[in-house]
Ligand binder design. Structure first.
Ligand SMILES: [Zn+2]
Length: 283
């Protein structure tokens, strides 16, 4: 499932071919993904200029010249493919249409952006730009982890006295937006905090230290995504999925990478999801 760095990588890959460009033709090949598409979506997108592509949490937001904003969620398996870019960054020609190509944007500049989603957990919606922040998917989410509102005092304040495990708190989208299982595991490893430790049992200093750590973990992954973009442009034009090495995620039974640590990474299940951690480095 794409997490925030993957979504940001997709956004950065789409921006050069979509921003400032008019959608010459939008095609919508089925009535729904996870939810029904908005009414007349193809018509409402065709002829609109994409003013800017933004990201909020794991959603890509395209602000349009029609005063509407297109919300895109990749879901579990959604992929964005770019072909026919006249700027020469995506060198391949348009591929043959595939079965799960649900939405296709032909841009005025000749680029084609195809949304392919075999499992259809993705979503798209259109809303007035001025009401975008009030969209049901966006209205109640917390500050962006890479934004100015995600501060030490915010996190300390939101975790103070809470009896829940710190991992659950960091996954709570109302506390901080867009963090998923992988990057929470990685941040807690770097912070030396056991994923099952209750918030109430963690000092304010250790909680504060998580703020720059969360930013670093995401920045590192976004940087890896950025280098993958160059490869994708030369490969098949698919954006957003890239190889990234993790310190703990998916490494059960493998040696801890912390200097001098001889432990192996362990896995526990919390709220139905795997947590990976080093029993020595994380307390
Ligand atoms: Zn260790």
């Amino acid at each position: 499932m794409p997490e925030l760095p993957e979504v940001e990588t997709v956004r950065r890959g789409l921006a050069p071919v979509m921003e400032g460009q008019v959608v010459a033709r939008a095609r919508v090949n089925r009535p729904d993904l996870r939810w029904p598409f908005p009414e007349r979506m193809a018509e409402r997108l065709t002829g609109a200029r994409v003013l800017q592509l933004r990201r909020r949490s794991k959603y890509i937001l395209a602000d349009l010249s029609t005063d509407e904003t297109l919300l895109i969620h990749l879901g579990m398996s959604g992929r964005m493919l770019v072909s026919g870019d006249p700027l020469g960054q995506f060198v391949h020609a348009h591929p043959m249409p595939e079965k799960h190509d649900h939405v296709v944007f032909d841009m005025e500049n000749g680029a084609r952006v195809t949304f392919n989603d075999p499992r259809r957990f993705g979503a798209m919606d259109l809303m007035p730009t001025q009401a975008a922040e009030a969209h049901p998917l966006l209205a109640r989410i917390g500050p962006e982890p890479l934004g100015n509102a995600f501060t030490e005092s915010h996190l300390v304040d939101r975790l103070k006295g809470r009896n829940m495990p710190v991992k659950s708190a960091l996954l709570d989208q109302k506390i901080v937006a867009g963090l998923g299982n992988i990057y929470v595991c990685e941040a807690l490893f770097r912070g030396g905090i056991h994923p099952a430790r209750r918030c109430v049992r963690i000092s304010a200093a250790r909680i504060s230290a998580l703020v720059p750590i969360v930013r670093d973990v995401l920045d590192d992954a976004i940087a890896a995504g950025g280098s993958s973009l160059r490869d994708f442009r030369q490969a098949d034009g698919e954006l957003g999925y890239f190889q990234h090495s993790f310190d703990v995620y998916g490494r059960e039974g493998e040696p801890c990478r912390a200097p001098g640590c001889t432990s192996t990474i362990e896995r526990i299940v919390q709220s139905g999801r795997s947590s990976f951690f080093c029993p020595t480095c994380q307390r």
